[in-house]
Design a protein around this ligand. Structure first.
Ligand code: ADP
Ligand code: ADP
Length: 223
């Protein structure tokens, strides 16, 4: 269980992006729904330890995620909104590079991990293709393979379905749901259906505040 308590963040320009955000997020897929500018990315980046909050705490199964950032980064996977890859590198080579960055130093181990992840996200057949030739959906599935390196306990996915066609979107969300059977998966989105289709639990965030959280049926009905 990921427990977020009273998280607040004001940027130097005076924007209050997070105002006392508190959430309990169990294992499974959790949808964070909110309009543009609501504070979703700010919350994702804070959980990923890429920026510090002004106050508040984040724990995963009782462990303080803000205390030891390198340790936290080892146990989480992150697919940012703008996920950059080298277009001229093959999927297999790029994932291998990410594996090195994750600390997988033994080549033979990396090869096994890379193969198993590319199979899981259904990109094994196209592993030799350059990432620049991938469709949006393929790129996002590659992003998930990258996020899954190192067996994370927590996966953060920021606005992943933007620009995907309906078939790619379904494929991508089903992949996330599969992953969510074992670990905490936080999916941030401004698309209501991303959440209602597959997330057993969700929260609505607007202007830096959690408005509602619960099961999608009840939460959407309460709006
Ligand atoms: P969302 O992901 O829901 O679109 P963000 O977390 O990106 O929301 O943004 C929340 C608010 O904080 C917005 O008003 C945005 O303009 C502002 N903001 C985001 N990042 C920064 C930053 N680095 N510096 C200043 N303001 C920011
Ligand atoms: P593959 O794994 O498909 O055989 P590589 O990814 O190893 O291919 O590299 C294929 C080509 O792309 C090579 O010509 C290489 O020089 C070029 N290349 C490799 N890395 C980069 C990069 N970071 N940016 C641009 N071109 C690159």
């Amino acid at each position: 269980m990921l427990a977020i308590r009273d998280l607040s963040k004001t940027y130097p320009n005076g924007v209050r992006a997070l105002k006392q955000v508190s959430l309990d997020i169990p294992v499974g897929m959790f949808g964070l729904l909110g309009p543009n500018g609501a504070g979703k990315s700010s919350l994702m980046r804070t959980i990923a330890t890429l920026q510090d909050p002004d106050s508040g705490s984040i724990t995963l199964d009782g462990r303080d995620l803000l205390a030891d950032k390198p340790a936290t980064r080892r146990l989480l996977g992150y697919l940012p909104q703008e996920f950059g890859v080298y277009p001229r590198v093959s999927a297999e080579t790029m994932l291998d590079h990410f594996a090195v960055l994750k600390g997988l130093v033994v080549r033979s181990e990396r090869r096994a991990v890379v193969e198993s992840l590319l199979r899981q996200v259904n990109l094994w057949e196209v592993r030799k293709q350059k990432l620049g030739t991938f469709s949006g959906g393929m790129r996002q599935r590659f992003g998930i393979a990258q996020a899954l390196l190192g067996d994370p306990k927590l996966i953060i996915v920021d606005e992943p379905t933007a620009g995907l066609d309906p078939e790619e979107r379904n494929r991508f969300l089903n992949l996330l749901a599969e992953i969510g059977e074992k670990v905490v998966v936080i999916l941030s989105t401004h698309i209501v259906e991303d959440v209602t289709d597959l997330c057993p639990r969700m929260a609505i965030i607007a202007q830096g505040q959690v408005l509602l959280s619960g099961q999608p049926g009840d939460t959407i009905a309460a709006l």
